[in-house]
Design a protein. Structure first.
Length: 262
């Protein structure tokens, strides 16, 4: 899980009259104290331009587990704040007013979204939860890390043994711990195994670079620097772990930096 940064401009598909009409319909039902159903939420978020914008912004990966996903098939447009009900608050109709809000969308694989996240959205302080569009949502402190506006690498590290060929994410504090173990598939056994498959290659790069530094061989150091840079590009899978690995080997200054992009 890595920091994705500000979103691109809102796609045309979310600025249509049809979307505005759907929002008005939801508002009318809520004002009449009528329960919302899945049928009330038209799937405007599935439009091609919306999915494409998210897919490109998320580096063609699931925003949580960082597995590469095919744009047209597998990933879900994930509502960070659930649109139709909240598991932690049985009396909550969901953040229906954010169902078509661009800032509430993420692209997630079906494993993370449907097997783990679902309609969960715990808060640090449940008394601050917003129940309507009139509430001040800025008071909420979500437990789930949002890769759009905060850096997940500050709350997530990793544990690994190369002999086991498996890498487990370690979350710091309640937010990090619940994000990696309960709210996403970051520590799903299959995902941990996939990360573990990187260990042999990363270790070979780190060993070569450490040897080059000890020998003070500038030519080999430059080769190693380039290898580490290439191995930590944000377009790759599991970049959060890749970066952590090299930092843990005291080679963090060589990892990819956005300003290095040419």
């Amino acid at each position: 899980m890595i920091f994705l940064g500000p979103r691109p401009p809102k796609p045309k598909g979310l600025r249509s009259k049809t979307v505005k009409k759907t929002v008005r319909t939801l508002l009318r039902k809520v004002e009449k104290h009528q329960a919302l159903t899945d049928q009330d939420f038209k799937r405007h978020w599935g439009k091609k331009d919306i999915r494409k914008a998210l897919w490109q912004h998320h580096k063609k990966k699931c925003c949580y587990c960082e597995r590469k996903r095919d744009r047209s098939r597998e990933p879900d447009v994930e509502h960070f704040r659930p649109k139709g009900g909240v598991a932690e608050a049985s009396d909550h109709q969901g953040y229906w007013w954010l169902a078509y809000y661009w800032q509430n969308y993420l692209l997630a694989c079906k494993l993370c979204n449907q097997a783990y996240k679902k309609n969960r959205f715990p808060l640090v302080d449940e008394t601050q939860r917003s129940y309507s569009c009139r509430d001040k949502i800025v008071r909420e402190q979500p437990i789930l890390i949002n890769p759009i506006n905060e850096d997940p690498e500050l709350l997530i590290t990793y544990s690994y043994l190369e002999s086991l060929n498996m890498v487990k994410a370690i979350g710091w504090g309640i937010r990090g711990e619940m994000t990696v173990n309960q709210l996403t598939g970051i520590n799903d056994p299959e995902v941990m195994e996939h990360r573990g498959q990187l260990l042999t290659g990363l270790n070979a790069i780190a060993r070569s670079m450490t040897g080059a530094i000890m020998a003070n061989n500038s030519e080999l150091i430059e080769i190693g620097r380039r290898e580490i840079w290439e191995a930590t590009r944000p377009e790759l899978e599991y970049v959060g772990f890749r970066r952590y690995y090299f930092r843990n080997r005291q080679l963090g200054k060589y990892i990819y930096q956005e300003q290095d992009r040419t």
